[in-house]
Design a protein around this ligand. Structure first.
Ligand code: SAH
Length: 454
């Protein structure tokens, strides 16, 4: 077969990134936009020795799991990979993903993984409290905003993402019209010119407070006061700021924040705990599911009161404060200084005196504290970014010998790698539970409990 040839294939499996997988004469095909159970006609796009890629040309027999995508740009946009799959099937896909990774990369036989049922969402739409919209121009030179297409930086014009809040569209319209009127150019990454790169919009679901932060390729936003005035007409508007990012980079936010209007942060609540959130701080995007995830982490931690707990990669102290409700003392470690400012403020806000925070890399702070101050821990909680824990960090955790290690992960592949390491050092995987924070996408959060065998 060669490029553009058409062939018929049954989709029998799904890849990690949500492409359908089918076979013809023992040769494996990856077909984007298909669903497990579909019989489709596909067109060859690229062939390698043992596998190839094809595009969906026609659905011959739709899978029973196939649904009509709600979003008009579901196929073009890089955000959702599973919109054509029923939500029940999405959850099965995510459970399989966690199980496969733990057995393939973690070396645990699939039938011995202590998996508990995944926690799904009641309503897998409009659940995101945060979005970052890139600005650019269309073919007619008009300012547009939306989302990047999969694997590229072409902007798919779309202001009302169905995963996001309804206010996004109104806010983006205000920004776009303001830019047009004041002749403010969107950023062009090919020429590194223009001013407005992205708009970050965040909402506290429990409080209704809204934050807008414009990322600009310059020191200052002209007529910023006028923009602020217009944005204040949106109910709930609380904080308006700019972030300066003048680098040629894919990193969205700059390091510097210029406050335009409001206190520079918004507030939110998860369960009983109040949180203050600044533009640069990490905060989980799905507050409803976050509560379930943190409750699971707390349950896994098995606190009876009086324990010493370390919360590594703590962000604004979200998990730390959850744990502090039950522990004797909680120490948090986080690399972003602004997040630690928020974490300390959050502890004050909640009148929690049994928490202490450190700024720095977990793989540096923990070994340093261990060598110098001989710190100890009954329980350690980690919630690292996608790349997982640094080996130096795991090494120190093992030296500290906590009874329990709760691993919260947004990438089950690196979780599995780290679980393998920890199992070799005397920890046993005792509970695993998925939590769907990102419906319609291939991503899934996992909470795992490892117990010290000694
Ligand atoms: N536990 C928090 C944040 C989890 S996201 C919550 O649930 O909200 C991961 C966090 O790790 C981010 O805040 C990121 O800034 C931080 N981080 C990334 N690399 C780090 C490192 N090497 N050491 C410490 N923190 C790190």
């Amino acid at each position: 077969m060669k490029k553009n040839d058409l062939f018929t294939v049954t989709i029998e499996d799904m890849s990690e990134d949500g492409a359908g997988i089918g076979r013809t004469d023992g040769y494996t095909w990856f077909v984007k936009d298909t669903v497990i159970g579909d019989v489709v006609e596909a067109g060859v796009t690229k062939m390698k020795k043992n596998y190839g890629f094809a595009r969906l040309a026609k659905i011959i027999t739709p899978s029973p799991c196939r649904v009509e995508p709600k979003c008009p740009v579901a196929r073009q946009c890089g955000g959702c990979q599973l919109q054509a799959m029923s939500y029940e099937e999405q959850l099965r896909f995510k459970e399989r993903k966690i199980r496969n990774n733990l057995s393939r990369l973690g070396g645990i036989p699939a039938d011995q993984i202590p998996m508990e049922p995944i926690m799904g969402m009641e309503d897998p739409w409009r659940y995101r409290n945060k979005a970052q919209f890139p600005f650019g121009k269309n073919k007619n030179g008009e300012i547009i905003t939306g989302f990047y297409a999969g694997r590229t930086h072409a902007i798919i014009e779309h202001e009302d993402c169905l995963l996001g809040i309804e206010e996004n569209k109104e806010i983006l319209d205000i920004i776009r019209n303001f830019m047009k009127e004041y002749k403010i150019e969107p950023y062009d990454e090919t020429t590194h010119t223009g001013l407005v790169r992205h708009a970050l919009i965040r909402k506290g679901f429990a409080t209704g407070e809204l934050m807008v932060c414009l990322v600009i390729n310059g020191k200052k936003l002209p007529a910023a006061g006028e923009l602020a005035k217009r944005l204040q007409t949106v109910p709930g508007m609380t904080s308006i700021s700019c972030s300066v990012n003048r680098e040629k980079t894919n990193v969205i936010m700059g390091r510097e924040i210029i406050n335009i209007w409001g206190p520079g942060y918004i507030n939110d609540r998860i369960g009983e705990v109040k949180y203050r959130i600044s533009p640069l701080s990490f905060y989980q995007v799905n507050p409803v599911q976050t509560k379930k995830l943190y409750e699971t982490a707390l349950e896994f931690a098995g606190l009876k009161g009086g324990e010493t707990v370390w919360d590594l990669y703590c962000g604004i102290g979200t998990i730390s404060l959850f744990l502090a409700q039950k522990a004797g003392k909680v120490y948090g470690v986080e690399i972003v200084p602004q997040a630690i400012d928020d974490a300390r403020e959050n502890a004050r806000l909640n009148h929690m005196e049994n928490v202490e925070f450190f700024v720095g890399k977990a793989e540096e702070v923990l070994p340093e504290q261990y060598e110098k101050n001989h710190i100890r821990a009954d329980v350690i909680v980690v919630d690292p970014p996608r790349k997982g824990c640094d080996e130096k960090c795991l090494e120190t955790i093992v030296k500290m010998q906590p009874e329990r290690l709760v691993y919260v992960s947004c990438d089950s592949a690196t979780l599995a790698r780290d679980v393998k390491y920890l199992q070799e050092k005397g920890y046993e995987l005792s509970r695993v539970r998925g939590c769907d924070m990102f419906g319609q996408s291939v991503h899934v959060e996992t909470a795992a409990l490892l117990i010290n065998k000694k």
